[in-house]
Design a protein around this ligand. Structure first.
Ligand SMILES: NC(=O)c1ccc[n+]([C@@H]2O[C@H](COP(=O)([O-])OP(=O)(O)OC[C@H]3O[C@@H](n4cnc5c(N)ncnc54)[C@H](O)[C@@H]3O)[C@@H](O)[C@H]2O)c1
Length: 370
């Protein structure tokens, strides 16, 4: 192992080649305080995202960068399947006991619809894998854990904006797998002197209220570049108890989300006062990350119309099973305790998405850029 690594804290990011994980790595690299270890089986991603991240971080290094700065730009990449405990163990073994400072667990399967078709696969990948990871962490004295959860753990929340005190009651196997993982982490913090933080992401993609495709914004994007045969956006229901009758979601820029993960990790440092006010001995906290401001389907379509210049046609169809009226986060606790603040507004998020799409089209060889 390079000597230059020693001043950096090693952080293992699972699912680091994926959409959120790659942006989390980007945020970690930017601090030049962490040495990122990425663990992914590329089920839903490609390793070239990591090469690109290294290039971006290296290009951003200041003149006179130290050896440690340079090392922080380079990712230790491990192809590893989290459902195979011996593969996880081999990664931890490389760094030895106490060699990994913390873990950000992002890897998971995430499609609500698919999870109803193959629930056991979802439980295995999202729950068993989390248990395996926690067991190996324990064996190697790794005690800091940030977990990427999902708004789906709240099902239909009784109160909106959603506070962290909301009961967990997911509807789909995907959502339930996230509830199970959260429950296990909570139990574990009661039984061992481990430090944990838990992130609950409030961001909407799977329950897409306008389109059958998994990602609503990406589907709208595809339409603007002419990749969709029938370019009429279906809006599933306009009779919800929301201002314009269509579903409301809290859209968060992925870089803000990544920043939230970084803040949670930083808060696990020994000098942090984060757990001083815990009601029990458990060192466990949940935070909702969001803008605290929902956008309706029609508002999103309008924002994308502005960003892309594409004249979207919409068609109101009936409500769809599984959709809930409003999933807006209450980020007050995350703001107060983590210093989290979503900086980017919806217009910026839409514009960045459009820039990303058009750049990708131009530079066909470059498959990914944050
Ligand atoms: N994207 C969203 O809108 C959203 C919303 C709420 C919650 N989340 C949560 O955020 C996390 C990441 O979502 P994403 O959008 O980045 O998904 P993604 O599919 O882009 O990334 C997940 C990554 O994990 C990897 N992975 C999956 N199973 C693995 C395994 N067994 N071993 C190793 N690697 C594995 C995949 O290859 C992929 O790179 C998930 O936990 C998801 O539940 C995402």
């Amino acid at each position: 192992m390079a000597v230059t690594d020693t001043s950096l804290k090693r952080v293992l990011v699972t699912g680091g080649a994926g959409y959120i994980g790659s942006h989390v790595i980007y945020a970690l690299q930017k601090t030049r305080r962490y040495k990122v270890i990425c663990l992914d089986n590329y089920h839903n991603s490609q390793p070239k995202a990591l090469t690109r991240l290294e290039q971006i971080a290296t290009d951003a290094l200041p003149e006179g960068a130290t050896a440690a700065d340079k090392a922080s730009a380079i990712i230790d990449v491990h192809k590893c399947d989290l459902t195979q405990p011996e593969q996880i163990r081999a990664v931890f073994k490389k760094y030895g006991k106490g060699g990994i400072w913390g873990v950000i667990h992002v890897a998971a399967y995430k499609a609500v619809g698919e999870s109803t078709e193959i629930p056991v696969t979802y439980y295995h990948n999202n729950v068993s894998a989390t248990i395996f990871l926690l067991q190996v962490m324990d064996d190697f004295d790794c005690t800091r854990f940030v977990y990427s959860s999902s708004a789906t753990v709240y099902g239909t929340p009784p109160k909106v904006p959603i506070p962290e005190s909301t009961r967990l009651q997911a509807d789909s196997p995907y959502g339930k797998s996230k509830v199970m993982a959260e429950t296990i982490i909570d139990d574990l913090t009661h039984g061992t002197p481990l430090l944990y933080a838990l992130i609950t992401i409030v961001d909407e993609k799977e329950y897409s209220p306008t389109h059958e495709m998994a990602s609503y914004l990406l589907a709208i994007l595809q339409m603007a570049v002419g990749r969709v045969k029938d370019p009429v956006l279906k809006v599933f229901g306009n009779d919800y108890p929301t201002p314009d009758g269509t579903c409301v979601r809290d859209y968060l820029h992925v870089l803000d989300l990544a920043e939230g993960h970084l803040l949670a990790l930083d808060a696990l440092a020994p000098e942090s006062k984060l757990f001083d006010n815990c009601p029990t001995e458990a060192r466990y906290k949940a935070y909702n990350l969001g803008r605290g401001q929902g956008s309706s389907v029609l508002q999103i379509v309008e924002a994308m119309r502005k960003a892309t210049g594409f004249d979207y046609k919409t068609e109101i169809v009936g409500r769809r099973r599984g959709d809930v009226p409003d999933l807006t986060a209450d980020p007050t606790l995350a703001e107060k305790e983590l210093g989290f603040k979503a900086k980017q507004d919806l217009e910026t998020a839409c514009r960045d998405l459009w820039n990303w799409q058009t750049k990708k089209k131009k530079k066909k060889k470059e498959q990914w850029t944050p």
